[in-house]
Ligand binder design. Structure first.
Ligand code: MCA
Length: 513
């Protein structure tokens, strides 16, 4: 064949890849973009190279050969976001509902393997009805290949999943194994078994959105870390997230000049945080006041709101923040916030992001609901995650740090490198009233009980409810004026950036699950 003949064949094959206009229209009518349009939004212009575009399904069952089409329902390849390399895969719902057949799955696993070898983030755009039912066991096994790759990539390269339509059956497990899951309000939904199966098994009636919409997974189940109002917003958020992450575990996040002064005082903190420990405030106001202007990027904003986690920059360096949120459940730690914190801490540690805690917490949430559902097991995840982390760990006690929550979020013995506190901080085993109720139970139940109780609370408070008992023991490195918080945190961070800490080698730890 002449070169012209070869080129004719090549161009014909390329044309065959193009999406069917009718199906594109249908996709748009559902309020969704196509896989190609999504990749165009995500990647730097002209940077994308598609691979495996001629891959097609092999199965002959259910007359699949008549349906087959190049790409097999997923576009994979590499490109750049913010000028840095990434690998991507985007499911094409217009081909058999983005269902995951043998070759479709093989392509996804292949691009993940590429990303792992190169050491760059991998981003998956999901829009899939799950395992391709007609391909039976071969499709399922391919799912296993993807999950294995997710696990091998975990902690080596950042993995990001965006759910941009249905994500059903086996399609849900891969996002669940990644570092960050994005969903789009009113467009995406995730479930293991759909409404029809649920109805036939349990009789329960539920629609797609109430079963697994962005609201459910962003607020209730915690599966989604980010919820966006539209696909465009979702993709912009992914691009923003990438600016806080390194390319891989041997790299550090890039420093960006935020134009904020290193010496800026935080004069408003005394107005934001009431000295009365019973009064609440929004800890996000504290965070945004202290970190570089416009740098706070919250993760899991709608889930377990009694704590706040997210990325920010401090004098241009990326940090991971954990803060108790006094305005929700008085900032107590509970099962969901334990999971949220532990996952975030491990993500930061894997990707060399220093951790800073803003602490104001009385302890773990009491109650049978928490105990029966395993607060012991879940709370232990926080202890494990912080103890395991070798990145710089700084803790600032703003007001209260009591009991087990003190150990988890502040204790130098548990491995915090540098602990600061404000002068109004109360660092103790528990609050004065609770302590007095236990220690003087008999005296309080006597005739003069109320008077005794008051006296003992005053005595306990003046003796223990301050930062100086801990400071005297060297358990607090520095008591600071709140308005100098930014300056002290920047100094501590700069000092700790060269920190080196190694753990004994082992196969892997056994985090409580
Ligand atoms: C959708 N299609 C599929 C699949 N899902 N083909 C093969 N395997 C699938 N899993 C096809 C449809 O037959 C249709 O083909 C085309 O994709 C578009 O789907 P349609 O229903 O018209 O779109 P929709 O109205 O937007 O609904 C999307 C949907 C629905 C909600 C995802 O298709 C659906 O409920 N699918 C099944 C979801 C599910 O239960 N998955 C579990 C799979 P055509 O255009 O030719 O008519 S089993 C699994 O993953 C494992 C084993 C597990 O553990 O559960």
């Amino acid at each position: 064949m002449t070169i012209n003949g070869h080129m004719k064949e090549f161009n014909k094959k390329k044309e065959e890849i193009e999406l069917d206009k009718e199906l594109v229209k249908k996709q748009h009518e559902k309020g969704k973009l196509t896989a190609e349009e999504r990749l165009a939004l995500l990647l730097d212009e002209g940077s994308f190279t598609e691979i495996d575009e001629f891959v097609e399904l092999k199965s002959h069952d259910f007359e699949l050969q008549k349906k087959k089409k190049a790409r097999d329902g997923v576009i994979i390849g590499y490109g750049k976001v913010n000028k840095r390399p990434v690998c991507v895969y985007a499911q094409d719902f217009t081909f058999m509902g983005g269902s995951m057949g043998e070759m479709h799955n093989r392509k996804i696993a292949k691009v993940m393997d590429f990303a792992l070898k190169i050491g760059c983030p991998v981003i998956g755009l999901f829009d899939s009805g799950g395992a391709r039912i007609q391909e039976g066991i071969n499709g399922l096994d391919g799912g296993g290949h993807i999950f294995k790759m997710n696990t091998h990539c975990s902690g080596v390269i950042p993995q990001i999943s965006a759910i941009l339509g249905p994500c059903a059956g086996i399609a849900v497990y891969s996002p669940a194994l990644t570092d960050f899951v994005f969903m789009v309000d009113k467009v995406s939904y995730m479930f293991i078994t759909g409404p029809d199966v649920i109805k036939s098994v349990t009789g329960e009636k539920v629609d797609f959105m109430d079963l697994g919409g962005a609201n459910i997974h962003g607020k209730k189940s915690g599966v989604a870390n980010f919820v966006a109002g539209s696909e465009k917003e979702c993709i912009l958020k992914i691009k923003k997230l990438l600016t806080y992450l390194p390319q891989n575990n041997l790299d550090s996040p890039m420093s960006i000049d935020m134009g904020d002064s290193k010496k800026r005082m935080n004069n408003s903190l005394n107005d934001i945080v009431p000295t009365d420990p019973k009064k609440s405030y929004d800890v996000k106001d504290v965070i945004t006041e202290v970190v570089d202007k416009n740098s706070f990027f919250e993760v899991h904003a709608e889930y377990a709101q009694n704590c706040v986690v997210g990325f920010a920059r401090l004098n241009n360096t990326v940090i991971g923040i954990m803060a108790n949120q006094p305005k929700i459940l008085a900032g107590c730690l509970d099962i969901n916030s334990s999971d949220k914190i532990a996952k975030f801490v491990r993500t930061c540690d894997a990707f060399n992001i220093p951790l800073i805690n803003f602490v104001d917490v009385t302890g773990f949430l009491p109650g049978t609901d928490q105990e029966y559902n395993g607060i012991i097991r879940h709370g232990a995840k926080i202890l494990y995650a912080y103890s395991e982390a070798t990145v710089p760990k700084i803790s600032l006690v703003m007001r209260k740090a009591y009991g087990g929550a003190y150990i988890a979020l502040v204790s130098k013995e548990m491995g915090y490198d540098y602990v600061l506190s404000w002068p109004m901080a109360e660092i103790a085993v528990m609050g004065s009233e609770q302590a007095v109720n236990i220690l003087f139970r008999k005296e309080i139940s006597s005739a003069k009980g109320d008077k005794i109780k008051k006296e003992k609370i005053n005595e306990f408070s003046s003796k223990f409810m301050n930062p100086y008992v801990a400071a005297k023991e060297g358990k607090i490195d520095k008591v600071i004026d709140p308005k100098e918080t930014r300056v002290h945190l920047i100094n501590a961070l700069e000092m700790l950036l060269s920190k080196r800490e190694k753990r004994p080698s082992k196969k892997h730890g056994n985090i409580p699950l």
